[in-house]
Ligand binder design. Structure first.
Ligand code: NAD
Length: 458
């Protein structure tokens, strides 16, 4: 599919939408079921593709990509009828006899631009929500993970209704051609620079956007913590997918009283997860491409490496790395790291940690480790982030009942479960009035007597 074919493709999708092909529960349910079949029947090939792109193990591909998607599909299918149902709401007395209803209406033709770090999950999860909501969908996976993108482009048309769901394999020229089209919603996952390009293009058509961006997600470690558990959970969250997770802890602010012990526990955790040589571990991934590898090794320059630091450019391997005594104005603290490097900074107290976080753009996630309830609450209420965990990292992503999304610089809008369905849905308000009663009081001329009655009633 070349960039010049894109306008035609969008037109064809619009014709299918206008013909009402995507409206029924049956169509939506079947498409979701077919996507599930695709994921189940091609688990090995999808695992191979993600191994090629990111060095992920097959188990990790199943756990953090395919299983997440199947779970989302099952949840959506289970609740779809109730989400689609018209919602009756109260009608004020002065408008009676009438009924008030909210109808859930699909938006139309929507564009999903996926990211490369979880290349299958972050391309298909928004599509699940869009299909559940009854839209036609055009997907573009990220060209940065080419094996996964290629395979998805090959599989999707074999399983899903090609008149309503299409996929484009391509890079910036295709993304640019797509963004020139009129969509009814654009769902973008990726960095803020492209996020701005997406929003600008969408503005030309007054098209709403969901931007799932990133940022520097802090982890704050209080002095009153279970050190071993905290270190293990921070290390797991940071080094999963070699740090290429949008909600990975970006840096740690550690209470000075326990900093030395925390660093020791962190080193122990890394060793217990990946052994003495993480390069040989099946559970530790690779950097997606040379450009990101160069960027990340550049961030290590001039830093004090406490653990890790080894690199292998041929394999695009960067060891799980911990930096200490990091200056807040150093390069590693001024851009999202998105790799297996954890800067640790010590703070005098939690007020200093809060001040540090609040002096920077609002992050996608924030993690608090403390056994003290007051400390937990104080940090949560005095900072703003897309989501948060207390005494854990990453897993606020998982529950269907929690909306997932950013705030401020980390994005806008949210999805997962019903929140995704609502993102791709227009809530149409309908008042249905009876004609049996038609009091003259509601019509001009508003005489003094009528005004008196109306004032009394309202
Ligand atoms: P990327 O390079 O994968 O880009 C994403 C999409 O934008 C791709 O489809 C790409 O083709 C398109 N694109 C790239 N340049 C473009 C241009 N000039 N014009 C139009 N389209 C263009 O994304 P990335 O920035 O490398 O991704 C990493 C970032 O994504 C990190 O900041 C990370 O935190 C964030 N992220 C966020 C989430 C989330 O759920 N919030 C998930 C994953 C990644």
């Amino acid at each position: 599919m070349a960039a010049q074919d894109i306008p035609q493709m969008v037109e064809a999708l619009r014709a299918s939408f206008d013909a009402g092909q995507t409206r029924s529960h049956t169509w939506r349910d079947r498409q979701l079921r077919r996507m599930r079949d695709m994921l189940r029947e091609n688990e090995a090939a999808l695992g191979d593709a993600m191994k090629e792109d990111l060095g992920k193990s097959h188990f990790d591909c199943w756990l953090s990509e395919l299983n997440v998607l199947c779970d989302e599909i099952d949840f959506s299918r289970k609740h779809l009828r109730s989400w689609m149902r018209p919602e009756r709401v109260a009608t004020p007395i002065h408008l009676q006899p009438a009924s008030c209803t909210i109808l859930r209406e699909p938006l139309g033709v929507v564009l999903v631009l996926g990211a490369w770090n979880y290349p299958i999950q972050l391309t298909l999860a928004p599509a699940i929500a869009a299909i559940a909501a009854g839209n036609c969908v055009l997907l573009k996976p990220s060209e940065v993970s080419p094996a996964s993108a290629r395979l998805l482009c090959e599989l999707l048309p074999r399983y899903m209704d090609p008149s309503c769901i299409r996929i484009v394999d391509g890079g910036i020229p295709e993304a640019t051609a797509l963004l020139e089209q009129r969509f009814d919603h654009i769902f973008y996952t990726g960095g803020g620079v492209v996020g701005r390009i997406v929003m600008e293009a969408a503005a030309k058509h007054l098209c709403p956007v969901t931007l799932e961006l990133g940022g520097k997600s802090p982890v704050i470690i209080d002095s009153d913590v279970h050190l071993k558990v905290a270190a293990r959970r921070v290390a797991r969250g940071k080094f999963w997918n070699a740090g290429q997770t949008c909600i990975a802890p970006d840096y740690a602010l550690v209470h000075e009283r326990i900093e030395a012990r925390f660093l020791k526990a962190l080193q122990q955790a890394i060793r217990s997860f990946y052994g003495a040589s993480p390069e040989a571990s099946d559970d530790f991934g690779r950097i997606v491409n040379d450009r990101h590898f160069q960027r990340l090794t550049g961030l290590l320059e001039g830093q004090e490496v406490l653990a890790g630091g080894e690199t292998n450019s041929e394999a695009r391997y960067i060891a799980p790395t911990v930096l200490k005594n990091v200056a807040p104005d150093s390069a590693v603290m001024n851009e999202e790291i998105f790799g297996p490097i954890l800067p640790v900074l010590s703070v005098r107290d939690m007020d200093e940690a809060i001040g540090f976080v609040n002096a920077r753009p609002k992050p996608l996630a924030l993690y608090v480790f403390s056994r003290n309830k007051e400390t937990q609450e104080s940090i949560l209420s005095r900072t703003s982030s897309g989501g948060a965990c207390v005494n854990e990292t990453l897993f606020h992503f998982a529950p269907h009942e929690l909306p997932f999304g950013g705030v401020g610089g980390s994005g806008m809008g949210a999805y997962h479960g019903r929140f995704g369905f609502e993102t791709f849905t227009h809530r149409k308000s309908v008042l249905n009035k009876s004609t049996a009663v038609d009091p003259p009081m509601a019509y001009p001329p508003f005489t003094a007597a009528k005004q008196k009655w109306v004032r009394r009633l309202l």
